[in-house]
Design a protein around this ligand. Structure first.
Ligand code: AMP
Length: 311
């Protein structure tokens, strides 16, 4: 059967009205296109958990700052279409900007403090745009389950808060980070890296791997681990570290001691390309899913925590 490529809200409404009565569960996988294996892992997971899978492709202008890469964000609709067709997705929702933000659009969500640290500090307004578009997509598609990647860990925290705070009737499933063979987290922005920067970009995943090894060998002091991470970056002038931090996964507050479920966040720039990565600490040999469970079940507590993030 042909996979519909829907671009308007009215067509999308017609589609959901048609499939809803037969579907036990409807999945939404929100993306900005330029699809890679990371996105596809979300789609595969959605297909195993739901009867109907909707993938949205929308490069959301409100989550890009004025000096960011909106205009040159990679777009590859023909390839995306083929990939999604091969996965037998039920429908692709690819609205235009004016369909999502018609003239007169004025209402935005404020995700609070959590949206002002780390990515939010470097990209002011980013999570306001993310939260607004995700809520709009939820209202348009009305999914039972929505799928997001651990790759954007802070985004996951913002979306889970949004769902809880606004009592949204949707379950959030988070899927582990998909990496290149050498460890680099897959990202649509990796295509911008020249050969030298591509090599240097490995510092992000390597620095995370290094602190994971140290933690597994018994080092639990977050400051010591962070110093080790920063040392790795100091040795490579091609990479400018934006931040490295070890945080409580529920609050994103820096922790003093690493426990299972604590998350190391890292962001760095190589020329004009910004990359992010993260690691969830867990018992030796624990699967990525187990670590995600540990992180996502952590309670927001500030006990024994202290500021340890430095740029
Ligand atoms: P984007 O198109 O970059 O907005 O990403 C769409 C979704 O795919 C988000 O939930 C991302 O977290 C997720 N995603 C992006 N890269 C990866 C990756 N390497 N592994 C797992 N999920 C990813």
């Amino acid at each position: 059967m042909a996979m519909p490529w829907i671009t308007t809200l009215s067509e999308m409404n017609r589609f959901t009205a048609e499939v809803r009565p037969q579907a036990r569960s409807l999945a939404l996988v929100p993306t900005m296109g330029a699809l890679h294996e990371g996105h596809l892992s979300l789609v595969r997971r959605a297909k195993t958990q739901c009867d109907v899978t909707v993938v949205s492709i929308f490069v959301n202008p409100t989550q890009f700052g004025p000096t960011e890469d909106l205009a040159r964000y990679p777009r590859s609709s023909q390839k995306d279409l083929e990939l999604l067709r091969s996965l037998e997705v039920d429908v692709v929702f690819a609205p235009s900007n004016t369909e999502i933000y018609p003239a007169g659009f004025a209402t935005y969500l404020d995700p609070g403090h959590i949206a002002t640290v780390f990515e939010g500090a470097i990209r002011p307004g980013h999570f306001r745009g993310v939260a607004t578009v995700v809520l709009k997509l939820f209202n348009i598609v009305r999914p039972d389950i929505a799928f997001f990647g651990q790759k954007d860990f802070q985004q996951v925290v913002v979306i889970r808060r949004l769902v809880e705070d606004l009592n949204l009737p949707v379950r959030i499933v988070v899927c582990p980070i998909v990496r290149e063979a050498d460890g680099l987290a897959k990202s649509s922005r990796n295509v911008y890296l020249n050969a030298e920067d591509r090599k240097a970009a490995l510092l992000l995943s390597r620095s995370l791997k290094r602190v994971e090894e140290m933690a597994q060998a018994g080092e639990g002091d977050a400051q010591t681990l962070l110093e080790e991470m920063r040392k790795t970056f100091d040795a490579e002038p091609r990479v400018q570290l934006d931040y490295a931090a070890i945080v409580n996964p529920a609050t994103l507050e820096p922790v003093a001691q690493v426990i299972p479920g604590s998350v190391a966040l890292v962001a760095a720039r190589l020329g004009t390309v910004r990359l992010i990565d993260n690691l969830i600490f867990g018992p030796r040999g624990s699967t990525p899913e187990r670590r995600l469970q540990l992180a996502l079940n952590t309670q927001p507590t500030n006990e024994g925590e202290q500021r340890n993030s430095r740029t």
